[in-house]
Design a protein around this ligand. Structure first.
Ligand code: NAP
Length: 367
């Protein structure tokens, strides 16, 4: 296979060729970067979405020079997020022009710093919460998107923190104002965000968590990771079970990652002055809220969009990440890594998530 071509690596689809316009920086498929020609550009591996709804390609990107305040990071692990999959389907709220490299969080080591970089130096261990491009051997990032990994926190765990744990701190603390002793219902509880919510709610905020998930195995895992009780919502009615588990009172806080009917049942499970936070719609349907339900029990419906805080309120965004890093270092919380894939297996990693087989965070290893 010569330069300018790349293969679809899994799933349906015949080998795809990159168009000439895209071969300026993207070359052939390979499992290892090609040797650098004398005086020529250096290449590194990267996953590439060239066409929406199609398998990703593994191509080569030409390394480019850094601009002021930019940092080149060698990626160790990259988290796989539902949002990456939605972006590659063209269904994410923030659309990216094709072709693009997905991946919004990673851990790695600073390889090089541009002019006016003051936050990090070469050799520092960092995590990044960026818009995209982390599924690659290296990444060029603005220094403001990097946070130092504290001593003792491994790269793999660090990569699992930004999106899931950042969202968990933001939803539970900043939005729902969760207090010690309160009862928190978490849906899709064995997913990456779900397990992060359980970890933070029970081990940081000392709340009592009811985990709701779609299988008995997932419920068991949620209990092992800190939930006090569980409900398999594919078998029993969520609202009725929560009612039984809370002696008819209902929960103070509900955190919903699923949407549709699950969201509405979680809303109906709230107690007086309860708060529900909508985080995502992994079930695929966006519910409408009957306003009378808010009125009857004086409950609040809130939303959280973690990434948006980076532009709107950076200090809140940064605090959510710093909290995740600090509590991990202190051993209070620990992300659950459900599966590790190689970069060449990125399509399998995506399938693992969309087929509802994953638990906790799925990561791509670049090392
Ligand atoms: N707003 C934000 O800032 C923010 C931040 C992070 C994540 N999110 C969103 O939160 C949701 C969960 O993210 P995640 O990273 O935790 O994902 P995940 O690890 O893949 O978990 C998603 C879970 O959703 C449940 N689910 C229900 N119906 C599903 C379906 N039709 N297809 C796939 N899964 C289905 C599954 O659990 P069961 O089998 O137990 O039902 C699955 O394990 C996503 O919508 C994501 O975009 C939003």
């Amino acid at each position: 296979m010569g330069p300018g071509r790349a293969l679809a690596l899994c799933g349906a689809g015949a080998p795809l060729a990159l168009s000439p316009a895209r071969t300026a920086s993207w070359g052939r498929r390979s499992s290892a970067p090609r040797a650098r020609a004398p005086g020529g550009p250096r290449f590194y591996r990267a996953a590439l979405c060239t066409e929406l709804q199609r398998p990703l390609l593994i191509g080569e990107a030409a390394a480019r020079p850094l601009r002021p305040r930019q940092v080149r990071v060698g990626v160790h692990f990259c988290g796989v997020n539902f949002a990456d999959i939605l972006a590659c389907r063209g269904q994410y709220q923030e659309k990216q022009p094709l072709p693009f490299t997905p991946g919004m969080e990673f851990s790695g080591v600073v390889l090089e710093t541009g002019e006016n970089v003051s936050i990090v130096k070469e050799g520092d261990r960092v995590i990044c919460a960026s818009g995209s491009q982390a599924m690659a051997d290296e990444c060029i990032i603005d220094q403001k998107d990097l946070w130092q990994i504290p001593e003792g926190v491994p790269f793999q765990e660090a990569a699992a923190l930004p999106v899931s744990y950042g969202t968990a701190f933001l939803a539970l603390e900043h939005r729902a104002c969760t207090k010690p002793g309160e009862t928190v219902l978490v849906t899709a509880a064995a997913g990456a965000t779900g397990l992060a919510m359980i970890d933070v709610a029970s081990h940081v905020f000392q709340a009592k968590v009811i985990a709701a998930a779609g299988s008995d195995d997932k419920c068991r895992l949620a209990l092992q990771r800190g939930a006090a009780a569980s409900v398999n919502y594919s078998q029993v009615d969520l609202k009725e079970e929560v009612k039984k588990l809370t002696d008819g009172r209902g929960v103070d806080v509900a955190i919903d990652m699923v949407g549709g009917d699950v969201f509405l049942k979680a809303l109906r499970s709230l107690t007086w002055e309860g708060r529900i936070v909508t985080v995502g719609f992994s079930g695929g349907s966006i519910p409408s809220i009957p306003a009378n339900l808010l009125l009857l029990k004086n409950v609040s419906a809130l939303g959280v969009y973690w990434g948006r805080y980076k532009e709107q309120d950076f200090s809140v965004f940064s605090r959510s990440l710093m909290s995740a890093l600090r509590h991990t270092q202190e051993g209070r919380i620990q992300p659950h890594i459900g599966a590790v894939f190689k970069l060449e297996e990125v399509n399998e990693a995506f399938c693992h998530v969309t087929q509802r087989k994953s638990t906790g965070k799925v990561v791509i290893s670049l090392k």
